[in-house]
Design a protein around this ligand. Sequence first.
Ligand code: FAD
Length: 268
Amino acid sequence: MHIVVCIKQTPATSNVQIDPKTGTLKREGMAAAINPFDEYAIEEAVRLKERYGDVTISVITMGPPQAEDALRDAISKGCTQGFHLCDRAFAGADTYATSYALQMGIRKIEMHTQQKVDLIICGKQTNDGDTGHVGPGIAAWLEMPNVAYVKKVEEIADGAISIWRMMEDGTDVILMKLPALIAVVKEINEPRVPSLKGKMAAKKAVIQKWTADDIAADKTKIGLGGSPTIVASSFNPPPRTGGLLVTGSTPEEKAKNLVAKLREMKLV
Ligand code: FAD
């Protein structure tokens, strides 16, 4: 079985600052790490390798040169090999252009390894762009089925995958034909810490770097120029102001005081 895990290197903080002038992320001096949800995608792939034995895990990222560190981290946790889409032509991509480039990269991985891809695993979303579009976008380009919010892989057998999808009001159990894509939530597993052996393997690993030409990307579909979305403005939400504390010695008195306050404010 051949699994591809898509990972993005993102700021290692949830307190992402945006430059009000350019509307882009302030990345200077900001530590970067594997997007938190992608850690669960890596772990699930490694667990499937442990469960089913004959599994190759290819990990792919599209990002600047330093994103190579994320690929090495993934290899230290048990992924087999890393692929880096790295070219200025990819910069400024929205989710359409990102998913286009990644699916072209995945096609190239199939050619390079001579191994058809059976399963693609993504995180639910990133902690910077935060859209959750990229996984389903890749699946659409590759014309394969996909399921998001996956919290359990029950079984892979007879060319199909059985999964549990987390819903607000319960769980859907879905049987989906392979090849397919899943986007996972944090409830799916507990990511491991890399072993010393893993770290050594990651240090020695040769990361395959590909440009837009290498993956035969259509230049009108990549980077800023190939992105149909325009970010008109971006800003951090204003800090929350202090709330009003409704007091009372009993729950009934608190409820009465709350209603009185709402009346005073002409809200009821
Ligand atoms: P998501 O769709 O949230 O990611 C889901 C999963 O896809 C990830 O967990 C990972 O498994 C995979 N994945 C995502 N990116 C990569 C990657 N580079 N390499 C490998 N795997 C990956 N996009 C728009 O379309 N329109 C906008 O208006 C827009 N505004 C933005 C504004 C800001 C300030 C920022 C920081 C980003 C914005 N983006 C927007 C998204 C941006 O273009 C993304 O960096 C990129 O397209 C990926 O989208 P995402 O981060 O939302 O990923």
